[in-house]
Design a protein around this ligand. Structure first.
Ligand SMILES: Cc1cc2nc3c(=O)[nH]c(=O)nc-3n(C[C@H](O)[C@H](O)[C@H](O)COP(=O)(O)OP(=O)(O)OC[C@H]3O[C@@H](n4cnc5c(N)ncnc54)[C@H](O)[C@@H]3O)c2cc1C
Length: 383
């Protein structure tokens, strides 16, 4: 019996860490991923320079090895559920008896982007490191980077604030504009939350332009719906998370966004041998937004249900929580906390966020390494 874990998302971390029970039940557990787990909660702070890149990374190979899981360092190219086969991007194939997908999401530009334009996406997270390096290179060359952030949701606001923080860290000027098609930033939150965030962004010197749609990204300018063109050095797309297209298994059911429809046991509504959690899944019975906490909380239910599937036992039901704490790192040592439609700004939300994040990363890192999560900001030359 072979269980394939596709992608090392938040919930699969738990399954890998608890793989012993699956192994004891006679299963072979195979993890296919690119070799690194990147933690989104720390991503903005990495862009802003508060954390080192490694602080947000876990070594999948080392984690798998110490948990008895076979690691295949590769990207999945496609999955054929009728043949129960996984195709890797190098063309090789692997069969499975059960597959679980925790492949996450990506940001896909909802408009044309010219070849060669310096455009970064909020996800995959590795692109944020690329943006940070590009900004630092300009700062090192004593230039003022012109950055346009497209998207006024949580990620757009948090990343814009941290790009500004990067400039402050080096005492350099930054010209940052955030463009949002909605009439306010964080438009899914109550108006006082949006107003609070807009005031913070203004305070950081960020130009916030709402009710403005981006039509296309040309090689050096962003073309706007009002006919104007904005010149840029770099563009950051934070236009919303879309489920990984790899989770689009032929013949199975999806929602409009492309998330694999699962029932409360986390199995595909159309195929018992396929499980999915996190951003690549759509909880058809109780939909939730793309937020990491749902992948985290689904992990223990998934681990139980994979074991139950092997043993023919009763599965557990995953009931996603109705409320969840969110906190944005604003890059200046403060956070913006959100709870049940209320917000608060200060050091406490960041303190709580960092405590949660540190515990999460330590839980898995300590399985293969003694290296603690660093506390000190990364103070390196921008050269
Ligand atoms: C800038 C930013 C900040 C965010 N901050 C927060 C936050 O503070 N709190 C929060 O709850 N949410 C946050 N989010 C949302 C969060 O990123 C997602 O909801 C969360 O990462 C989803 O987790 P997941 O477990 O579904 O997948 P992920 O954690 O994204 O993991 C998916 C894994 O699958 C792998 N993978 C992808 N494709 C393939 C393939 N073809 N083959 C093999 N492996 C593959 C990836 O490499 C990755 O390791 C943030 C998002 C962004 C963009």
């Amino acid at each position: 019996m072979r269980i394939v874990l596709g992608g090392l998302g938040h919930g699969h971390l738990h399954v890998v860490a608890h793989a012993r029970k699956l192994l004891d039940a006679g299963a072979e557990v195979v993890l296919i991923d690119d070799g690194v787990f990147r933690y989104s909660s720390l991503a903005a702070g990495i862009l802003g320079g508060r954390y080192a890149v490694e602080d947000g990374m876990l070594d999948s190979r080392a984690l798998a090895a110490c948990c008895g899981v076979r690691h295949v360092p590769a990207n999945i190219g496609g999955i054929d559920p009728s043949a129960r086969r996984v195709r890797l991007e190098d063309g090789s194939e692997l069969s499975y008896d059960i597959i679980s997908l925790n492949l996450g999401s990506t940001v896909v530009a909802p408009f044309a982007v010219a070849d060669g334009a310096s455009v970064f996406h909020a996800k995959p997270l590795l692109q944020l490191t690329g943006l940070r390096d590009a900004l630092r290179a300009m700062i090192g060359a004593r230039q003022t980077p012109r950055l346009i952030v497209v998207g006024g949701g949580h990620s757009g606001c948090e990343l814009a604030a941290n790009a500004a923080a990067l400039g402050r860290r080096y005492g350099a000027a930054m010209d940052i504009t955030l463009i949002a098609p909605e009439d306010r930033v964080m438009a899914d939150a109550p108006a006082p939350v949006s107003e609070g965030m807009a005031a913070i962004l203004h305070g950081f010197g960020i130009t916030v332009r709402t009710s403005l749609r981006c039509e296309s990204v040309e090689s050096e300018t962003v073309r706007l719906a009002d006919g104007a063109s904005l010149p840029f050095d770099h563009v950051l797309l934070a236009t919303g998370l879309k489920p990984s297209p790899v989770a689009h298994l032929p013949g199975l059911d999806f929602d409009a966004a492309g998330g694999l429809c699962v029932r409360a046991t986390l199995q595909s509504v159309a195929d018992d041998k396929v499980f999915a959690i996190g951003d690549c899944a759509h909880l058809a019975y109780d939909p939730r937004p793309n937020v990491g906490v749902f992948g985290v909380r689904a992990g223990p239910v998934l681990a139980h249900n994979l074991l139950a599937a092997i043993r023919g036992e009763t599965m557990r039901i995953y009931e996603p929580q109705k409320h969840w704490f969110a906190a944005l790192n604003l890059g200046d040592g403060t956070g913006f906390g959100l709870w049940r439609g209320h917000h608060w700004h200060g050091r406490l939300p960041l303190f709580l966020k960092e405590r949660i994040d540190k515990r999460f990363m330590q839980r898995y890192r300590r399985l293969y390494s003694r290296r603690p999560v660093r506390k000190t900001p990364e103070l390196v030359s921008p050269q």
